[in-house]
Design a protein around this ligand. Sequence first.
Ligand code: NAD
Ligand code: UD2
Length: 337
Amino acid sequence: MADKNFAAGEKNSKGADVLVTGAAGFIGSHVCEELVKRGLRVVGLDDLSSGRLDNLAPLADHPCFRLVEGDICDATAVDQLFQDEHPAAVAHLAALVSVPRSIDDPDENFRLNLAGSQIVLEAARIAGTQRFVFASSAAVYGDTRAPTHTEEESSKHPLSPYGAAKLAVEHLLCAHAHCFGMSATALRFFNVYGPRQDPSSPYSGVISIFADRLASGAPITVFGDGEQTRDFVFVQDVARGVADAAQFQETGFRVVNCCTGRASSVLDLVQGLAQSYHDEVEPQVFHQAPRAGEIRHSLGDPSGFARVFGWTPATSLADGLRELLASGGRGGMLKQG
Ligand code: NAD
Ligand code: UD2
């Protein structure tokens, strides 16, 4: 069998270098852009259930990118795609991404997030794909009350079917790496934000909701006192991390946090967005009762990612918020100068 390992510039002559599931999504579209920027050929797979073709507009007609519309749960089609492309690496991001939906419909969570991942994993194994990168989540930790989550030491007690499926797929990846000599990486994303994040659901990322409210002049709702903190990581840093992992040559399994190690409160976000906004608006802020079952503080330790891949987050929250406001066709949102 041909060696399908590649670094930037060494191409798999048969088809794509990297197959990205969830390519039309918020994070997936940035991943595709990053990979293409590195000179790699990318095929995206997406059923457009929550992703949008618009997200891939920067890659439209690019000779190194194509999108296949399809469902990761359609095993025959997924197998065929892997056989056609023989990708050297896969970045698996397609998922049912809503935690509340996974609680409302645990069967659908199982079907998409666990069984769907197994279908992609198995197709990759059969096609001889060397590297598998999986979009896991900080949700695997649950509410451990540890000040900082580290990959090994923190306990993993997921509080939702979504978190449980992410943890189960990590275990499947570990076994695949062991049994079949694959290189498998699970990246536990913390709170990702940036351009293209959909603000339309009440459970959308808080930054996308706040930015949208500011743009339309609507008031901002802060749940609780706003002193709760999260580790917000900028989407282009995340995309760089996924691409680094997709190009990582060593076999075996590894799991790393994809985060910044910096805690920001919800009130910090309100202030940061208001300061970057063109009119220096004083946003109208209403406080509501805290969300039921909400985690008070969530912070990751990014040193494992730095140690294994040399990855560090490059974008400060202030810069990321400015980039977010400057994007998305909402001209004039960003403060000038
Ligand atoms: P997203 O909804 O924008 O992207 C998911 C993509 O998967 C969408 O384009 C959707 O159309 C596609 N998809 C869903 N079901 C599919 C199926 N059956 N077949 C093919 N495609 C399908 O969400 P996102 O925020 O970009 O999330 C990407 C990944 O990162 C997910 O695995 C998610 O669980 C994980 N993650 C995201 C965050 C975050 O803060 N956004 C945090 C932790 C983990
Ligand atoms: C994240 C994930 C969620 C799940 C959870 C596991 C996102 C978008 N959500 O939830 O799917 O994995 O982690 O722990 O990644 N907030 C407001 N006002 C709003 C919206 C939110 O104050 O209008 C607050 C919210 O109460 C929370 C913080 O902002 O304290 C972040 O909320 P979020 O939904 O963006 O993310 P999180 O960490 O609660």
